[in-house]
Design a protein around this ligand. Sequence first.
Ligand SMILES: *Cc1c(COP(=O)(O)O)cnc(C)c1O
Length: 342
Amino acid sequence: MEGYHSAQVSVRVRLNTNESPAAPPDAWRDAYAGEISRIEWHRYPDRAATALRQAIGESHHVDESQVFVANGSNEVLQTLLLTFAGAGRTVATFEPTYQLHGHLARISGATVVEGERADDFRLDLAEVDRVIDSAQPVITFLCSPNNPTGMVEPAENVHHLLDRAPGLVVVDEAYGQFADWSALELLDEELPLVVTRTFSKTWSMAAARLGYLVGPSWLVSELEKVVLPYHLDTAKQHAGRLALRFTDEMDERVRQIVGERERIAAALTALPVQVWPSGANFILFRPLTIEGHDVWRQLVDRSILIRDCSGWPRLEGCLRVTVGTHDENDEFLAALQAILSS
Ligand SMILES: *Cc1c(COP(=O)(O)O)cnc(C)c1O
């Protein structure tokens, strides 16, 4: 197997891993420091992470029994796969999409069936039916907005999968706050649907490694049997619970990033590149006059790092840029313009 790689190069402008360009609010940091000083370090954490799950549940108007938390949404995905997938079972993805869905499924021992998206990266429902009917997957992954394309999955497609798929439908909403609708609206105790979220992107807390899912409470109980006991440390439980007191600040940041995203998207349309519509905090584009990889390297020479997807299957020549601060975005756009007009 190949591992999961993302270059960590030391540069001035880092726009490659879809993090927030801003640190969390100072008031959050101070509140967290206060809690840290009061932790009973000789005791195991609250195994059920009750206060954190209650706070997350309140933020989505669901019961805490419908919330499962783990060390990053990647561990949430891994726990789902350890619980429901594994050897002799099949998991479906629709490519191109987030690489870890297939990767973690294979690690669980499952067989991964990769459906193909249409040329414009939208879901092709005839292909969906073909994959579901032939593979009978225990888990079908969607990612909305999709990483790396940025495209939001229309609600009809999630409904279609829920009607058709024999197993669980998992919608990865790592970028859900940047989009105009969320599959959280469809959640129901009777539906085999889960939505995963993370504190790594909108919440400016990639360093904390905290993610969660919302789904039927029976499913959360099954996951609790599989995940390691005391997997979520006390400090992290405080970090997430306190973060949820700053929802207004975070909503404001999301508005700013969406504004910057639209500004970058508009600027890109004036350059010789192909651009895909994004509902996330990043934009996928393909330079048309110079090889994507060369453009990426020339940006690195100017100390600007974006994601080089040019060698990935189905994404020939494509690059993905994370929305940064206003100044970082200006630097990126000026550099790209200079490279493409040289
Ligand atoms: C960034 C990202 C995640 C986040 O993973 P964490 O483990 O929570 O940091 C999950 N899914 C997708 C699609 C992502 O792009």
